[in-house]
Design a protein around this ligand. Sequence first.
Ligand code: NAP
Length: 431
Amino acid sequence: MLQHLNDIPPIDLPPILQRYTYTTYAFLIYFLVTVWRRFFQRPPPPPPPPPHSRSQRSPSPPPPPPPPPHHHRPIRPLHLFLVTCTLLLDSICVHTYPVLSSGAIVITGASSGIGRAACISLAKDFKQYQIYAGVRSDKDAESIRNERITNLIPIHLDVTNPQQIQAAVETIVDSQQPLVALVNNAGVAIHDAPIELVDLKRWRFLYDVNVFGLVQTTQHFLPLLRLHQGRVINIGSIAGDISQPMWSPYASSKHAVEAITDSLRVEMRQFGISVSLIKPGEIKTNLYNAMQGNKEHHGGTDTDEWNIEQAYANSMKRCRPTTTTETRELYSEGLKNSLEFIHHCAITTDNGEVPSVVMTNHAITHAITSPTPRTRYVFGGGAAVWPANLILPDKITDVLHHWLFNLDGWKVFHQQWGKPLFKILNAVFYW
Ligand SMILES: NC(=O)c1ccc[n+]([C@@H]2O[C@H](COP(=O)([O-])OP(=O)(O)OC[C@H]3O[C@@H](n4cnc5c(N)ncnc54)[C@H](OP(=O)(O)O)[C@@H]3O)[C@@H](O)[C@H]2O)c1
């Protein structure tokens, strides 16, 4: 049942057209232009008759013959050249990967949010795959078992713990199944303060999970992936391109994931291992509760009693201890705006304003099961900002980000007139 706009699956090309991506696009554009010219473009008006004068009695020249209809025109060399170029681009650049019909899929960070939803949806939709859900506690393992899905198996997998990663690798080896995919989803987000105030201990901890955890897990699983041309799917973020104020630890870790994925993709090309990066904008999960510093973020949060002053005071407690009160005060307004934004994302209902995990499920499934997986999947409201961020000069995006996050411009899209527009952007933008 489709409940929200963003539950609509992304439009995807049939496999044969995916193989000829650029050619398909070229033909599509050519077809649209032809249709437009044939049906909507009016013929140019006839030239005005020459002025009638007595001195010029000679008969007027015959009118020029009408241009031939479009379907009678010869193929132009330019068209042939463009089609040849796109066919060449396709055959050189679009890689097709084998789709393994059975085997194991390992997903890290599966206790909640994106990871858990992906495990459940893959296990239900693809009975031929055994889904190994990486969790860190017995309680979470039990909760995965309670889903009562036969091909969904919890494993203990802390991505900062090499012994646990090795044990997970051995579990897959013992199961004697090919490894279809590793989904590097485990991640944390700390959102505390501007760079001047962040405690480096917390920043290092975040890198240990989001960056080195991802690298370490991939390193351990690559030999298994290479055996059967499995796939790596990294969960990045729109923050891998857009680094907003007060988010530098998280955004910089996702920038690193972006770079690591780009290098890995080319390194793995020779082995036939596909590497995809999934870059959601905001998605409705526990991440925002965790960012507010709620340790126990699996339901039962105290978000209803949330109060901005208390949240600000908590943030200050987690700051670099040596900073003075005067320095902290300099950032108070921007930080409070930012905390309000996080809180809003944490409490907002799953109504399309902050998209649901259905979107990430689609992207992860496509990256695992398509013969031509995308290198990047970008979606959600933030995806609308993504091309603008790539194209616009920094000085313009700086003003935009300052307005959005230091001067609470985000409220326009989350609480005021921009809300319906933002919901549509969330549903439609899937690059
Ligand atoms: N939600 C969004 O808006 C959004 C947007 C873009 C990208 N992302 C990315 O999506 C991924 C999943 O986040 P989410 O939104 O689903 O948040 P979430 O519900 O908080 O899930 C994070 C998961 O990571 C796990 N984790 C944390 N530290 C770990 C470690 N050392 N080893 C193994 N697992 C660990 C957590 O397990 P515990 O329960 O044991 O802590 C949890 O299962 C993250 O990489 C995040 O950066 C999220």
